[in-house]
Design a protein around this ligand. Structure first.
Ligand SMILES: [Zn+2]
Ligand SMILES: [Zn+2]
Length: 323
């Protein structure tokens, strides 16, 4: 079968590989659609190296069960169900965890074998492309579960890529006031459409100054979704004392905690438990992933697809792959 294989930074190829052979509780799924994530770009640019050479990439996708023909969304975290984390309702932290495209083969291949509990049946009104953008929705739901914002509080979201834009949508669902920060006006236009009250282009003005002024001293909540060390380092300057900071895009970088007295800082990972809710939110139009799609390529055109996703002059938000 054809698959997208990681060969090193800047070197990701569509290759012929052996078909997967499902074992005991696994089901064989034929690829239908997938989407490129910021993580794939980190791997492509060589910024993250926790992927092994020869691994099949991709962790946000949907497909068709080979046995029943049913359309299914794929959950990338494979968990044991019996370790202390699984038993405490945190399968995303499972001691025996495998995550597609990190330490298990990913979904950008003609066929994938996955445990049946990692498959979610797709409602008829959800398109293949939409069902291939579940991870950022699940991540935003889980992050706001952890943040527990109160009504009317300020949430500053750094980075308005797909994850940041979904954070903006979920923050609005929670009744928060959103400040969106990005370097690109075409992304901030969407932030505004999703209800951000203030959009700051950090190329044009100092976000720290503006946020401090508007929020009268600091944002109640800050979400780092730009995936850069510089923006991680900015978070203590944006949050108010005893506020909360979620580090989503990147967790490396120096945190000057003298600037953020008694603030909470944490990282967050998507959990399989939120994927059904994410799919339901899309089906009921509670969140919008369709408007994030800016480019579509066939799976075999992956190299062009990731070059596009990595090129700001093409104005990419979500680059989707189809069969
Ligand atoms: Zn991802
Ligand atoms: Zn476990």
């Amino acid at each position: 079968m054809r698959a997208v294989v990681y060969r090193g930074p800047g070197n990701i190829k569509v290759e012929d590989v052996g078909d997967p052979r499902p074992v005991k509780d696994e089901v064989l799924v034929r690829f239908v659609a997938g989407s490129i994530c910021g993580t794939d770009l980190h791997f492509y640019r060589g910024e993250w190296t926790n992927i092994k050479v020869g691994q099949i990439m991709g962790h946000d996708a949907c497909g068709q069960r080979v046995d029943t023909g049913e359309r299914v969304a794929l959950i990338p975290t494979i968990f044991c169900g019996s370790c202390k984390y699984c038993l405490h309702g945190k399968p995303h932290l499972c001691e025996k965890r495998k995550i597609a495209s990190f330490n298990a083969n990913g979904f950008f291949a003609e066929y994938t074998a996955l445990p049946e509990r990692n498959l979610l049946s797709i409602p008829d009104n959800v398109s293949n492309e939409e069902a291939a953008i579940l991870e950022p929705v699940a991540l935003a739901i889980h992050t706001f579960d952890m943040l527990q914002p109160r009504l009317g509080r300020w949430v500053t979201i750094i980075g308005q890529g797909p994850i940041g834009l979904l954070m903006t949508q979920v923050a609005k669902l929670q009744g928060c006031r959103v400040i969106a920060i990005d370097l690109e006006d075409y992304k901030l236009k969407l932030s505004e459409r999703y209800g951000a009250e203030l959009c700051i282009n950090a190329k044009e003005e100092d976000p720290v100054k503006r946020v401090k002024k508007v929020t009268e001293g600091g944002s109640d909540i800050v979400v780092e979704a730009a995936g850069r060390k510089e923006t991680v380092e900015q978070t203590p300057f944006l949050v108010r004392s005893a506020g909360r900071v979620a580090l989503i895009g990147e967790s490396r970088g120096y945190l000057n905690l003298g600037q953020a007295e008694e603030a909470f800082f944490f990282s967050s990972l998507p959990t399989p438990l939120d994927y059904p809710t994410a799919l339901d939110f899309i089906s009921k139009n509670i969140v919008d992933v369709k408007s994030l799609i800016t480019h579509k390529f066939r799976l075999v055109e992956f190299e062009e697809a990731i070059q596009t996703a990595a090129n700001p002059t093409k104005k990419p938000i979500k680059v989707v792959l189809i069969q």
